[in-house]
Ligand binder design. Structure first.
Ligand SMILES: Nc1ncnc2c1ncn2[C@@H]1O[C@H](COP(=O)(O)OP(=O)(O)OP(=O)(O)O)[C@@H](O)[C@H]1O
Length: 327
């Protein structure tokens, strides 16, 4: 396997079976060992599909020579950072640096309501935290990235800058290790499964980089963020349990309050808005019809289990006119 080429060979077979995945893994492991030797590799591990598969592959190839840095920015979904620790540190004996930076991110975001400003703060602070951690480590000469083939095709079109850890400082002069850069997303998932990653990680729905930060609408507060995290976990759990094949399903919690009555007293709490979409290319999206008993179950559980919420709504807006995310 040629890890330097950015062009997928015309005769490369689509990886659709465990056997093909095993063959790919064997080749990639050899290629990584040949490239890295006894050098040290740094990887930013989000727990998303791409970086998780790269982590598992590198751990198989070079074990603790890869340092996996996971930044918990406080905007992860429920249980996500814990799963990174469980799967990689406990399950694969990975060299994992877990950075709890929640307080830093939430302090910077305090009072910031404008969506673009929020995204900039989250992206900028991520780079700052990652660069600080990198500076603390010694002897690193390689940076691994979860670049996949669509990233290369898009950057060749000039649609967006080449993946990945957007905007790392120029003086971080590492050689790149990108073992899945010729694979399509479906192939990355097959390979991930074969590497022993849990289905909940490999089949994960897309999640925006700024995490729950763009779903806790307006200026983020810890209480409203917590309500969002709990409601989001309930929606994911119920939709997964129902076995529905929906492309993306999540909640947003706007910065408004509605009146309600709870235990005979007036409540003045937040609404949770459930958003479900199906799409092929994310350019247009349809809202699936959820069955009514499921809607009622979601509503009942959110109202019973999530403090600070007194109303549940379902967003019926297709894209266009609405975008998938609210911010
Ligand atoms: N919280 C985090 N901790 C560590 N690394 C992160 C974190 N968030 C993002 N990254 C890094 O930035 C890359 C790009 O993040 P982005 O949110 O665009 O996800 P992505 O391209 O879907 O990749 P992935 O599936 O690995 O999350 C990730 O692959 C990962 O290397």
């Amino acid at each position: 396997m040629d890890l330097t080429s950015n062009t997928r060979p015309a005769d490369m077979e689509r990886i659709t079976t465990p056997g093909l995945a095993d063959a790919f893994i064997a080749e990639a492991v050899e290629a990584v060992r040949a490239q890295v030797g006894d050098g040290k590799v740094l990887l930013a591990l989000s727990g998303g599909v791409d970086s998780s598969v790269v982590a598992a592959l590198l751990i198989k190839a070079i074990g603790r020579q890869v340092v996996n840095v996971h930044v918990n920015h406080g905007l992860m979904r429920k249980g996500e950072s814990e799963q990174v620790v469980e799967v990689f540190e406990k399950g694969m004996d990975a060299n994992l640096v877990y950075v709890d930076a929640s307080d830093r991110f939430l302090a910077l975001l305090e009072g910031v309501a404008e969506p673009e400003a929020k995204r900039k703060i989250i992206g900028g602070e991520f780079v700052a935290v990652f660069a600080e951690e990198a500076a603390r480590l010694e002897g690193i000469s390689f940076l691994a990235q979860g670049t996949i083939y669509p990233d290369i095709l898009e950057s060749a079109d000039g649609v967006k800058a080449h993946h990945n850890v957007g905007g790392l400082p120029e003086d971080m002069d590492f050689e790149l290790v990108e073992p899945v850069k010729l694979l399509y997303k479906d192939e990355v998932r097959v390979v991930g499964r074969q590497l022993g990653l849990p289905a909940s990680m490999v089949d994960r729905q897309p999640f925006p980089g700024p995490g729950l930060g763009v779903r806790c609408l307006g200026a983020i507060t810890r209480e409203r963020l917590e309500a969002l995290r709990e409601a989001d976990a309930i929606v994911r759990e119920e939709i997964e349990a129902a076995g529905l094949n929906i492309w993306q399903y999540f909640c947003v919690v706007p910065d408004v309050r509605a009146t309600g009555v709870r235990e005979g007293r007036r409540a003045f709490d937040w609404p949770v808005i459930i958003r479900c979409v199906n799409t092929v290319d994310a350019m247009t999206a349809e809202v699936p019809e959820l069955d009514w008993p499921l809607m009622k179950r979601l509503t009942a559980r959110i109202l019973a289990e999530v403090p600070g919420v007194c109303r549940v709504a379902y967003d019926l807006t297709p894209k266009p006119v609405g975008t998938i995310e609210w911010e």
